[in-house]
Design a protein around this ligand. Structure first.
Ligand code: GUN
Length: 294
């Protein structure tokens, strides 16, 4: 059998960033508003520092203002809540993202709930999660939105598909399931404790893997021709003492069975920041009661 179509997340993300940049110019011209994104980083975790640096670069490249708030790892929860409340009040801040994970002495749920839902560009606030679940407009989590855009790049109408999501996190599994439901898919949410996982995944016309287990999903778990969206980013030992990144799907084993598949890296990963930029523009418009310029 010939190989699956490779879904080029890098190229699709670049296209979306370009659309957002063009819309930012139009929006600023029409309404005199220059959207701004604030990213809060607690401590000096190296991976988080890389993410935050990339967010700043891409935000500025899209023509939006980027504000970085860096506070020490020892910052108390009360101090962090004060930082969030200050950003809630600032007129020039349209989006607030608190980089996760937070140090263990801080309750991330409490911090997320302190963010003004109108500025919650991660879509993690329970108000936005509730809006998504009840089909109301709101800010939608970035990685799940990226998954839907990638799936639609190979099949524009997802109506009626059997969709299986492996993973049930608040950040990916649950919201991506809600988005697939809104696209009129028949949705199953499976997870690491599900029995007969290979039988469940083999039913999927569209499989979203977001379980955080390196290469768990094998080729014989996949329905021939299925669309496979791999959200996993797992560092595993590679050759010569180096690490390599692998997804939750065994790519080499699966690419000959699937109809279309996202690679890791270069699949879902680049979509997250592109969707964050989109959400920042959406927040800038909707919190002022303006039409969404995308
Ligand atoms: N850490 C890793 N991914 C994310 C994300 O999408 N949002 C936030 N806030 N933190 C993260």
């Amino acid at each position: 059998m010939s190989g699956a179509t490779l879904i080029d997340g890098k190229a699709i993300a670049a296209g979306l960033r370009g659309e957002v940049a063009a819309a930012v110019v139009r929006f600023a011209g029409e309404h005199g508003v220059h959207p701004g994104l604030a990213v809060v980083l607690v401590g000096d975790d190296p991976a988080s520092q890389v993410y935050v640096r990339n967010k700043k670069r891409e935000t500025e490249a899209a023509g939006m203002a980027s504000f970085e708030v860096k506070v020490p790892a020892a910052t108390s929860e009360r101090e962090l809540l004060a930082v969030v409340e200050e950003l809630n009040r600032r007129a020039d801040v349209d989006g607030i993202l608190v980089q996760l994970p937070l140090p263990p002495h801080i309750d991330s749920g409490r911090v997320i709930e302190a963010i003004d839902p109108a500025k919650d560009v991660d879509g993690f606030h329970p108000i936005n999660a509730g809006r998504l679940a009840s089909g109301q407009p709101g800010l939608v989590p970035c990685t799940p939105l990226g998954c839907i855009i990638l799936a639609k790049s190979v099949q524009p109408d997802l109506m009626g598909l059997e969709a299986v999501v492996v993973g049930r996190s608040n950040i990916v599994g649950k919201p991506v399931a809600q988005l697939l439901l809104a696209e009129n898919c028949t949705v199953t949410i499976a997870h690491s404790k599900s029995r007969a996982l290979p039988e469940i995944t083999a039913r999927a016309d569209l499989l979203v893997a977001a379980v955080g287990r390196p290469e768990l999903i094998r080729g014989d778990w996949i329905k021939p021709g299925a669309i496979v969206i791999d959200v996993g980013i797992n560092r595993v030992p590679g050759e010569g003492g180096k690490h390599r990144l692998v997804g939750d799907v065994d790519f080499e084993d699966t690419r000959h069975v699937a109809g279309a598949i996202t690679p890791v890296p270069g699949g879902v990963g680049p979509m997250t920041i592109a969707c964050l930029l989109r959400n920042t523009l959406v927040a800038a418009a909707s919190r002022r009661g303006l039409p969404i310029p995308l």
